[in-house]
Unconditional design. Structure first.
Length: 468
């Protein structure tokens, strides 16, 4: 590592930056070899430009993060915070000459308190690691993005991520009680609380959640936990149309049922999963709806929901008998995005959320867009909260197909707004959706958000070029 630091070519500006950083950091925490730093240039989003970082820093302590930000402020160098880079909007993409601040080495679970039902963690803790650790104590951390085996809590906070269980348990923002944040000038700020209740002052904690590293660097989080629920059981229902499946979703929610999961896979997605994993899913179906309950009597809840699905036109309803069968069905859903990527090699994963009552219109509209642009677009959805993931499959080596993919992506977002929805339910804005954020919140909204950014980051060095 030290040899690569010495041998890598450095101009005067970069050399001064590196030397200043090394005055407060161990050599192994500072990477400048371009063959190494290139791996930190971008997240998993398509069509998002990424620059070349001047240096990558991997701090292990709050003091080291503060040192980095003081140097960045003094030298006016942009800083791009990163977690595991599993994001899908380009929010973690480097800018030219920046410091990439990778927080993956700050990965300690500092406290799990069963009485207060909180966990205190550093930002580099992997979601699945935390979930398993609290589970051993009979507790539950609900947010579960599809990338939960890789994504970090800091990244989840940065994008306000969701997951499969949002219909019952909500998104990350609802579980962040307090934060320690290093500001742009290196000062340390604490927000929020450890208590079950607290309404003192402005809710600064919520302001940082979803800010994509543009206001400060999260270095510690106090997270709310719940009692671990019973093992959930899953039901699969087949439908001859997406509209019928969406009608079932409306009936379930109108009937005041509280599923722990309510997911939809369209025909294209079901076929892709079968092609990838040979799971034997019913390819003749136009839509597959998965419902789950983690109540004390999940079988009774599944029976009631199964009846509603049949009333909506389900051609077959199959409740799982046990946790093993349930997990098999959920595995099919978790494989959806991987399977769709295998269709053409590249995907653009949209993240449009609409009112549940308009979910059917969103599905049908996406089908029309796929036909218009002659593309394969599979739809998976957190149907219970109206969060759809239309996934555009295309060949990145084909310029015309790539153009059509990008145009279809934009048209899907426009459709979501027309239906009273939002351009993102859990993936964030990043680079990919900057123009669409402005359309959604309007000029006054953009002005106010930029004003907030200016208070926390007057030099504009924190993740520049993201959000707006």
């Amino acid at each position: 590592m030290i040899m690569s630091r010495i041998e890598a070519p450095r101009d005067e500006v970069t050399g001064n930056l590196v030397d200043r950083l090394l005055s407060g950091l161990p050599a192994e925490a500072v990477l400048i070899d371009p063959d190494v730093t290139v791996a930190y240039a971008n997240d998993m989003a398509s069509f998002c430009p990424a620059g070349t970082p001047a240096v990558v820093v991997l701090p292990r302590t709050v003091e080291q993060v503060q040192h980095v930000m003081r140097i960045a402020t003094e030298l006016r160098v942009p800083v791009v915070p990163q977690g595991a880079r599993t994001g899908l909007s380009g929010a973690a993409n480097a800018s030219d000459g920046c410091i990439v601040l990778s927080l993956t080495k700050m990965d300690r679970i500092l406290e799990i308190n069963p009485v207060d039902r909180i966990a205190v963690v550093e930002p580099g803790v992997v979601n699945a690691t935390l979930s398993r650790a609290v589970g051993e104590l009979g507790l539950y951390y609900p947010p579960d993005p599809s990338s939960w085996e890789m994504c970090t809590i800091g990244g989840n906070i940065g994008t306000a991520s969701g997951g499969l269980c949002c219909v019952k348990y909500g998104v990350t923002a609802e579980y962040v009680l307090g934060l320690d944040v290093v500001l742009a000038d290196g000062r340390l700020m604490s927000t929020g609380r450890r208590t079950a209740k607290g309404v003192a002052g402005y809710d600064m904690t919520r302001l940082f959640v979803g800010s994509e590293g543009s206001l400060g660097i999260v270095v510690q989080a106090v997270l709310a936990l719940r009692p671990k629920p019973p093992e959930q059981l899953v039901l699969a229902a087949e439908f001859s149309s997406g509209a019928a499946a969406c009608d079932a979703v409306c009936r379930i929610m109108e009937g005041r049922h509280v599923p722990s999961l309510l997911e939809l896979m369209d025909r294209t997605t079901v076929k892709a999963v079968n092609d990838l994993a040979r799971m034997g899913l019913p390819e003749a179906t136009e839509a597959l709806l998965l419902a789950a309950f983690d109540t004390t009597d999940p079988a009774a809840d599944l029976a009631a929901v199964g009846a509603l699905c049949e009333a909506a036109g389900a051609t077959q309803v199959v409740p799982a008998d046990d946790a093993t069968e349930s997990e098999l069905l959920l595995q099919a859903r978790r494989l959806s995005l991987t399977a769709l990527e295998a269709v053409k090699g590249t995907t653009m994963i949209d993240d449009v959320c609409v009112p549940r009552s308009r979910l059917g219109e969103m599905i049908e509209g996406t089908e029309r867009i796929a036909e218009k642009y002659r593309l394969t677009i599979g739809v998976v959805a957190h149907a219970g909260d109206g969060n759809t993931h239309p996934t555009v499959c295309f060949d990145a080596a084909d310029p015309d197909e790539s153009r059509r993919a990008r145009e279809s992506f934009d048209e899907i977002m426009a459709l979501g707004l027309e239906l009273g929805g939002t351009i993102t339910g859990e993936h964030g804005v990043g680079v990919l959706k900057k123009e669409w954020l402005a359309r959604e919140i309007g000029p006054v909204g953009v002005e106010m958000q930029r004003a907030v950014k200016g208070v926390f980051d007057p030099l504009g060095i924190l993740n520049p070029g993201k959000l707006f």
